[in-house]
Design a protein around this ligand. Structure first.
Ligand code: AGP
Length: 619
């Protein structure tokens, strides 16, 4: 997954492009580059390894003039992260420049064909093959740029979001997408392109989400009073663009005074959960209205099985959903890692419901998993945070989490919103099937309405958690334990710690300790135990005693007023009492804060951890 930005219009392009790249660095940041056509008609490309700030330093004394340009921040797929492989890429004659997000799967075949025609390549990337193919098509088919792009893309197998410049047409910017996101911003006398809306929102709220295999031609020529955009398919079929209004505001993007986006997003959770329940959970009327469920009731009520497919944190949300759906709706649930599900030749039936969970809506493995399920006739329901993203667009129905852009690579507010949406869905199915009593339904709906305030109470302990986080930065390993609904929370807490502090951590069902991990217990390895007062509480107390008997250090997340665990654990974090199925929404908060503060004390790059990117849009 990479970030791409384009601009054509009344302004100097370079500042718009650089600011846009900064907004997109969460998508990948191992190298960056910019291509500009200056007022003398020269096509200039500047590239640098590392983050966007490296590119700015490199371009500081260069000619960055011109009102048209494209820019790219990369997360390497083909070719290691370096200057040569960074985008943009020139065509052979240096007439064209291209940037690309995605993977050209048949690039080797295309490259061999071009080499047979005498083309040479400077980089190891699939992207350079594409720009050479476009130029080759232009020259050998006497095609204009748009036609050349269309004909070239017809030969491509794979995913792409591209933008192309032609120095012989400085009034035209062409873009196309398939499988990777691309948004067009419609401004006053100017157009914008970006992988998502964040680089666009400060200039305009009018956007077009390009669809798969769509090509857009943006033309601005003040001398000839030309200002227009045309939409077509790669097969040359004209299309009428659908302009949408952005709901994003710039303030959502700023850090709001927090040192990191991740901390801002942790503290946003009371509001984001309120937003994600808005119009859906009505405590006074004792009702949950999920349109995606209401419009497709029969699919859920007749489902013999529900398959949940996701990756990472989203997979943890799916594991929690398994407990809720089986408890309340009594439908068998299987939770699958998308990367395994898509390749293991799974049995998928027409009456299966497949729930895809994805914050970004662009995770390649999850997208492929639902494509497979769709081929088998299953009903696809997605839980996603990005309106118009590929996964919801491929789904039959779904539920947006509406938590706004999640910039921190470590997912926090999206996770609690996913759990909330899935819990709402489980309650709706159970109520409709009659497997969940009205009294129990009412009790949980009433508690759901209290959760945002209860999260606020947990967040008030941030300072204390920050203080004792300092004592654990020595640790090389952590173990996280939980039972029932809180076993997936233990796994999520472990993922948070390892992905931002680089400390190894594993999440386990607490009872699994006796089957091996207890051999690891020592004073050097902290053990985090998620032990709210519900379910198998007494069992987890015994697990804690087993750890203490072996001199393990225990950090326990307990229910307010706990008098048993608080006497045996070394550190206690209290969360308010709530319904068992809702405890993950509270117990995960201290684990998010613990991971964050340990990472900060260790001086890690919390928002952009090494080797990671926010959305894994390639395999
Ligand atoms: C979570 O903190 C990670 N950033 C990662 O595991 C993430 O949850 C995973 O890549 C799935 O992303 P998605 O929800 O956008 O599909």
């Amino acid at each position: 997954m990479c970030g791409i930005v384009g601009y054509i219009g009344k302004r100097k392009a370079y500042p718009v492009l650089i600011k846009g790249l900064h907004r997109l660095e969460y998508r990948g940041y191992d190298s960056a580059g910019v291509a500009l056509i200056n007022n003398a008609g020269q096509l200039n490309i500047y590239k640098a390894k590392g983050k966007v700030s490296e590119l700015e330093a490199y371009a500081a004394d260069k000619d960055t003039g011109g009102c048209i340009g494209i820019a790219h921040t990369r997360w390497a797929t083909h070719g290691e992260p370096n200057m040569v492989n960074a985008h943009p890429h020139y065509s052979e004659s240096e007439r064209l420049a291209i940037i690309h997000n995605g993977i050209i799967e048949n690039y080797a075949v295309l490259k061999a064909g071009l080499q047979a025609e005498g083309y040479t390549f400077k980089s190891d990337t699939d992207t350079e093959v594409l720009v050479q193919l476009i130029e080759y098509t232009q020259l050998n088919r006497q095609a204009d740029l748009k036609t050349a792009v269309q004909l070239a893309l017809q030969q491509v197998v794979g995913a792409y979001a591209i933008a192309v410049l032609d120095k012989e047409h400085p009034d035209t910017l062409i873009a196309a997408r398939k499988g990777s996101p691309l948004v067009v911003g419609i401004g006053e006398d100017e157009y914008f392109l970006a992988s998502d809306a964040t680089p666009i929102v400060e200039y305009t709220d009018k956007v077009i989400y390009l669809g798969d295999e769509e090509v857009v031609v943006l033309t601005v020529n003040p001398q000839l009073s030309i200002l227009n955009y045309q939409l077509s398919t790669i097969n040359g079929v004209d299309k009428t663009p659908e302009i949408k209004r952005l709901e994003l505001s710039l303030s959502q993007l700023e850090k709001g005074g927090y040192p990191h986006f991740m901390l801002k997003e942790i503290f946003e959770q009371p509001r984001t959960l309120t937003d994600s329940m808005r119009g859906r959970v009505n405590v006074r009327q004792d009702n949950i209205a999920l349109s995606g469920f209401i419009d497709n009731k029969d699919r859920f009520l007749n489902a013999k099985r529900i398959i949940i497919t996701a990756c990472g944190t989203s997979w943890h949300a799916g594991l929690i959903a398994m407990y809720a759906i089986e408890e309340f709706a009594q439908i068998p649930v299987e939770v699958e890692y998308s990367s395994e599900f898509r390749y293991r030749k799974p049995v998928i039936n027409k009456d299966d419901v497949v729930i895809a969970i994805s914050q970004s809506g662009e995770t390649a493995d999850t997208l492929a998993a639902i494509q497979l399920a769709k081929q088998h006739g299953a009903f696809i329901f997605s839980i996603c945070n990005v309106v118009g993203a590929s996964i919801p667009r491929l789904s039959d129905s779904g539920c947006y989490t509406h938590v706004g852009p999640e910039i921190g690579v470590a997912s926090t507010k999206a996770f609690t919103a996913q759990v909330t949406a899935l819990t709402m869905l489980a309650l709706c199915i159970g109520r409709e099937k009659g497997t969940l009593t009205k009294e129990h339904f009412t009790r949980i709906v009433s508690e759901l309405g209290q959760i945002p305030n209860k999260i606020s109470r947990v967040l008030e302990q941030e300072k204390r958690i920050a203080d004792f986080a300092k004592t654990f930065t020595y640790a090389q390993n952590f173990i996280y334990l939980g039972r029932g609904y809180n076993y997936p929370v233990a796994m999520e807490g472990a993922l948070k710690l390892k992905e931002i502090s680089y400390i190894h951590a594993e999440g386990y069902p607490a009872a699994e300790m006796k089957h091996g991990p207890i051999a690891l217990i020592s004073q050097e390895m902290p053990v985090v135990v998620v032990a709210p007062h519900c379910g198998t509480y007494e069992k987890i107390v015994s697990n804690i005693q087993e750890i203490k008997a072996r001199k393990g250090k225990v950090i326990a997340v307990v229910t307010d007023g706990d008098e048993v665990v608080s006497k045996i654990a070394d550190y206690i974090i209290e969360v308010p009492q709530t319904e068992e199925c809702l405890t993950p929404l509270l117990t995960v908060i201290p684990l998010q804060l613990l991971a964050y503060h340990i990472a900060v004390v260790k001086g890690c790059d919390v928002d952009q951890p090494r080797n990671l990117a926010k959305s894994v849009t390639v395999e």
